[in-house]
Design a binder for this molecule. Structure first.
Ligand SMILES: Nc1nc2c(c(=O)[nH]1)N[C@H]1C(S)=C(S)[C@@H](COP(=O)(O)O)O[C@H]1N2
Ligand SMILES: [Mo]
Length: 283
């Protein structure tokens, strides 16, 4: 795929949403090999296989995360101290990419809320801004080229979304440290939102009173909004979001699909965050 978060070729080839009813919903974990070899991490390249193949010189240690902005206790955290202080839970989450494919991934990590509480958000803080690492010498996708994403990759959440107990800072997958291609050594996971909100290899977390800029929105604002909540009723301008391809199932000849769920199946936990909002306008 040369440019942008286009639908995968399999999506077009298998007849798309019409096949949905024929395929069972998969909630079983996606095989580790698919989780670690079918990736979006444009700092390493735009093909799904690039992050696994081209991340060999990436060094996830030593690593620190700066927590700053509108907090009482700004701090530069060493990764090991974050893990010591906040622990490691396992969370099995559905993961839905805006390109209309999905996985089910067992992450290890801790609630972002725990870190934010330790930092002490100041009155008036309303958003959390995230920044990915910039290391062109270790990340071939950051070296020149015509691709329109700007570095660093940036993302953001509203403070109440960031404080939600489902919002995870992941440091592992399948019980092992995050591989480079999945966002080593620490990345965000927001399971009710499209995958691009899950910013990888985080170096900075900043509390602010302004809605932060986000990478895909900067590149194509008509296609990728700030909220990016999974929603089968709000199509991407170039493809349907009504169903999704299940990575790790199906065959070479026909992909497995299932219907997309509102908020990726987490509506009971998160729908209240968006009461009174027009989800078509704030997509
Ligand atoms: N820094 C950074 N974070 C990123 C991306 C990226 O290109 N760069 N891609 C996003 C997209 S589009 C998706 S779907 C998920 C993919 O996560 P995974 O490869 O671990 O499944 O990471 C997100 N986080
Ligand atoms: Mo994505």
């Amino acid at each position: 795929m040369a440019a942008g978060l286009g639908a995968s070729s399999a999506f077009a080839a298998d007849g798309g949403p019409d096949n949905v009813a024929a395929w069972p919903a998969a909630e079983k974990p996606t095989p580790l090999n698919d989780v670690t070899h079918y990736n979006n991490f444009y700092e390493f390249g735009t093909d799904k296989s690039d992050p696994a193949e081209l991340s060999g010189s990436f060094k996830p240690t030593p690593w620190s995360v700066q927590v700053d902005g509108m907090v009482d206790k700004p701090k530069q955290w060493d990764l090991a101290d974050l893990q010591k202080q906040f622990g490691q839970e396992e969370r099995l989450y559905r993961m839905r990419c805006v390109e209309a494919w999905s996985m089910v991934i067992p992450w290890n990590g801790f609630s972002l809320a725990a870190l934010l509480k330790a930092a002490g958000p100041k009155v008036g803080a309303r958003y959390v801004a995230f920044t990915s690492v910039v290391r062109p010498s270790e990340m071939p996708g950051q070296r020149g080229g015509l691709f329109a994403l700007k570095w660093p990759y940036v993302e953001g959440l509203r403070l109440d979304e960031a404080m939600h107990p489902l919002t995870l800072l992941a440091t592992g997958v399948y019980g092992q440290a995050l591989p480079a291609q999945n966002g080593a050594p620490i990345r965000l996971v927001v399971p009710w939102k499209y995958g691009f909100k899950g910013i990888k290899s985080i170096t900075r977390i900043t509390l602010t009173d302004q809605q932060p800029p986000t990478s895909w929105n900067l590149m194509a604002p008509e296609e990728y909004g700030f909220y990016a909540n999974v929603n089968p009723a709000v199509d991407h301008p170039r493809w349907s979001q009504a169903s999704e391809q299940i990575i790790g199932e199906g065959s070479l000849f026909r992909s497995a699909r299932k219907p997309t769920q509102l908020f990726n199946g987490y509506a009971e936990q998160v729908a209240h965050l968006y009461q009174g909002m027009d989800l078509r306008k704030d997509f």
